[in-house]
Design a protein. Structure first.
Length: 196
């Protein structure tokens, strides 16, 4: 169960402040085609259509490797087959239809530092229903959930390199458009002939 909990920690670390808090009170379910757990090396490997669900959280990958350090902290690595991406979707607090979605070829979570790293074709989106609110794309994105700081780079090494493309961000306006003014009813004018 502790190994499966590491996957849950990964999912909650990505936008920890925004994730639906009720999810942390729900049971987690992890499924895969096979699981190999080695208690000597403290390593568990889940392979084949790995799916983690917990409340509104859904994470999917082809492989999950969970390594536990001597002090009990875990490092979780989610990968998939070439041409596919690891995916993550979870409802956010703050509204009835607000979501965070992310994807990358590889996602790593280090429990000791609460640091999430997305490698190759990395994207993190905030959605309101199906409407895109904010998005960041890059070959590398890291998110420090303790400090709530994100870093994006144009190369999967975590460095910015000339000729490697660009990092992009889509930012929604902070203020919503003002609502149309409410018309004030006006009494109809009385014709002069009726004024007696």
């Amino acid at each position: 169960m502790k190994k499966e909990f590491a996957l849950i920690l990964l999912s909650l670390a990505i936008f920890n402040a925004n994730a639906e808090k009720a999810d942390s009170l729900k049971k987690a379910q992890v499924s895969a085609r096979s699981v190999d757990a080695d208690r000597v090396t403290q390593t568990s490997i889940l392979t084949g259509d790995v799916i983690l669900t917990r409340g509104t959280l859904i994470m999917k990958s082809e492989k999950a490797v969970i390594k536990e350090a001597a002090d009990g902290y875990m490092l979780v690595t989610l990968t998939t087959t070439p041409g596919k991406l690891v995916t993550f979707r979870q409802k956010k607090d703050g509204g009835p239809d607000m979501w965070v979605e992310s994807q990358a070829a590889r996602i790593e979570y280090e429990e000791r530092t609460d640091m999430v790293k997305l490698f190759n074709k990395a994207t993190i989106k905030n959605l309101e229903g199906t409407r895109l609110d904010n998005q960041i794309d890059g070959e590398f994105i890291s998110y420090d959930s303790r400090k709530e700081v994100a870093v994006a780079r144009n190369d999967a090494s975590g460095e910015s390199k000339a000729g490697q493309g660009r990092v992009t961000m889509v930012l929604a306006p902070r203020q919503r458009p003002a609502a149309a003014p409410i018309p004030i009813p006006v009494a109809p004018a009385v014709p002069a002939a009726d004024k007696k």
